[in-house]
Design a protein around this ligand. Sequence first.
Ligand code: GDP
Length: 464
Amino acid sequence: MHSLDDTIAAVSSAAGGATRGIVRISGPAAIGCLQACFLPTSSAAISELKSAQCIPGELLLSLAGDPRPRRLPCDLFLWPGNRSYTRQPVAELHTIGSPPLVEAALRAVCSAGARPAEPGEFTLRAFLAGRIDLLQAEAVLGVIDAGDRRKLDVALAQLAGGLTRPLGVLRDHLLDLLADLEAGLDFAEEDLQFVSSADLDRRLGEAIGSIAAVVAQMQSRSRTDGEPRIALVGWPNVGKSSLFNALVGQSAAIVSPQPGTTRDYLSALLDFGGVGCQLIDTAGVELNAKEGSLSDAAQQMMSAQETNADLRLICVDSTRPLNAWERDEITRPGIKLIVTTKCDDATISDNARLSDLTPSVETSSRTGRGLDQLRSAIAAALSSDRETNPEGTVAETAARCRDSLRLSADCLARARRIAATGRGNEELVAADIRSALTELGKVVGVIYTDDVLDRVFARFCIGK
Ligand code: GDP
């Protein structure tokens, strides 16, 4: 489907008149196409050139409806070998930027053997040739589309490898871990271990942390589009709505039910440490009849809010132990604060299992305990995220990769839980690590389908 054997050509300068118009060509027959329509000023034979060069000369054109051949001044920029953007012979004809002239130049190149390029096809070739990965391809589009300085900086950082590097390191670590585990499986009879239980737990924990950092970096992009979104997340009855009301008090600019979801949710504009934020209560979440699971609709609604949140406030009830859903939620990557609710009843013991896991902010909506600390913690979490993740991510990348990153973190969390049950389950742990690697492979584009490529590159304009 994505053949690299034919030679493609397109106008790659902006539409409309300009001082300079550019026709770009890539493919094995690029030089042959040029020989049919470009005359170098010097006697240099362009087929003999071995390195990248700029060659002044003339374009030989005929304009539509006019049989007389025209000669136009033109500079040829030529990358004759595989050290080009697409790792194929690439040429650019730079001439006068008059639309009919540039179109005539494209026609001349195409009648000499090239075919018109599809949208994004030059960048697609760069990706297929391994010059850039899928994250960088999306960054190219981000650079072209950047509407302001902040978006340009984000796209340039991504193009320079801001996401590629940490994901590459993470994949290498996981491949090493998988190799160690599989070596142990090969010697299972001899009871040889290539990775200790403690080491396995540590390495899986680090990998989950690395994914959390990438997810956090992706989430930070939404701040460029409006106020940070803070979602109250939690099991029914833990006290989310009470906390929402206590935080909102009289100071909310807006409190409104939002239609359009299975269950309504509330949002309010609040100020945390000088930063205007949107606080969202995922109210109305229902318990499924089956104890211990949320209904599909409730889960969908909650995860829609969570997915768009810059910060999750995971509310847990101090009057009872954590349930399995809460434990998973707490270990899930992303920027979050754990908020213990109902800390006003002296007869109820602390939620000891939570304090083992992670620090939390202890609150009571009834007495107001901990609300100021919670406001400060929210402000600190948002500002530390801004400092540690200044780069953000091109919006299209965040949308494409969110699910894969989440799935890969889930696989690793499951691998870690299985590993914690003791020796003998290494096959299952290895299978989950393999699944996590598959998902990470989709993010960088080591694993892709034609559908994914079509979706990514169709957003480009022709000539890029
Ligand atoms: P949600 O379903 O998570 O939104 O929970 P709600 O805010 O509706 O509260 C569930 C129950 O917990 C209600 O009966 C509240 O009165 C009670 N509750 C909420 N906050 C507190 C608190 O700070 N202290 C105590 N003791 N009870 C609370």
